[in-house]
Design a protein around this ligand. Structure first.
Ligand code: HSE
Length: 312
């Protein structure tokens, strides 16, 4: 008997990672979104439900259904219908790749429901189409790691060319989510379209040395390289407490501390669990002093990406 329903999970992500605006991202273990895909009597992709009032139920506007519709279009079966129930387990507009996670989970669930006509890497093109529905821009620094896992560089989307970077086994990520919303569209809108040559040079040098540091497990070089010269200075005005949080994190021994994606989430890296917990506490202390509600997630890098949870 054909499987009628499949649920999949896709993790939250940290994109940009200081030096790779729109081209670098990593997945964390949790939180993440779940999507239940089921067969639907009406052709096309449909949103049946979502547990978050800010997420559009219109299939043409929702990242998950737009992504699954792209999959169905490629499949070329005009009668095929898929319903999607979105179970959001992370906040929206946070810089944690919420819309990307919904698209990735929907694709993995729908693809499994259909008997896996596409390899996971092939789902990336559909995921990017879905992500475009969220902020109007084409970038895969959230959807690629959410779908495929790991710490990635997106070298090209036309054709798709993504690279998994090595992850030092002791590398931990801390992700502080202050309960305020920043729309990615706005955070992109304030960016200048040109980068002074000096900053461009430094950012490229930092990206190169970061990659070398990851291969060599050179923690000091990693720390020296993880500095955002271009994007963070332009977006810092959107997160008034950013400098205080960064100061506390660095004083507690962070390798880096910067904006996650378009913000307001702030990420940090450290070697070892004890170190990241100390840094997390220091960041949380700042938030408590400022009376800003928040959550802190501590995690290793998720190497699996999106996975099927259950099917029947
Ligand atoms: N790279 C994107 C940005 C991620 O920083 O605008 C947004 O989700």
């Amino acid at each position: 008997m054909a499987i009628e329903k499949i649920k999949a999970f896709a993790p939250a992500t940290v994109s940009n990672i200081c030096v790779g605006f729109d081209v670098m991202g990593l997945a964390i273990e949790a939180p993440g979104d779940e999507v239940l895909a089921s067969r639907h009597h009406t052709p096309g992709a449909h949103i049946l439900s979502c547990n978050h009032e800010k997420i559009p139920l219109d299939a043409g506007l929702n990242t998950a259904s737009v992504a699954v519709q792209a999959l169905l279009d490629k499949l070329g079966d005009p009668q095929m219908g898929i319903g999607l129930d979105i179970i959001k387990k992370m906040p929206v507009g946070t810089g944690m790749g919420s819309s990307a996670a919904s698209a990735a989970a929907a694709l993995v669930a729908a693809n499994a429901l259909l008997g896996e006509p596409f390899r996971k890497i092939e789902l990336l093109d559909f995921a990017v189409i879905g992500e475009r529905a969220a902020d109007g821009a084409t970038h895969a620094d959230n959807v690629a790691p959410s779908l495929l896992g790991g710490l990635m560089i997106i070298r090209s989307l036309d054709p798709t060319d993504v690279i998994q970077l090595p992850i030092p086994s002791d590398l931990y990520v801390g992700l502080l989510f202050p309960h305020i919303t920043i729309l990615t569209k706005e955070a992109r809108g304030i960016l200048k379209t040109e980068v002074p040559m000096k900053l461009f040079n430094q950012q490229v040098a930092n990206m190169g040395s970061l990659i070398s540091a990851l291969y060599r497990e050179d923690w000091e070089m990693m720390g020296r390289s993880l500095v955002d010269m271009v994007i963070e200075p332009q977006r810092a005005c959107l997160i008034p407490f950013l400098s205080q949080v960064k100061k506390a994190a660095y004083e507690a021994g962070a390798l880096t501390c910067s904006i996650s994606g378009a913000g307001p989430a702030i990420f940090t890296f450290a070697k070892g669990k004890t170190q990241i917990e100390n840094i997390g506490r220091a960041m949380v202390d700042v938030m408590n002093e400022l009376n800003i509600p928040h959550d802190l997630h501590i995690s290793k890098i998720n190497q699996k990406g999106s996975i099927v949870l259950e099917g029947k």
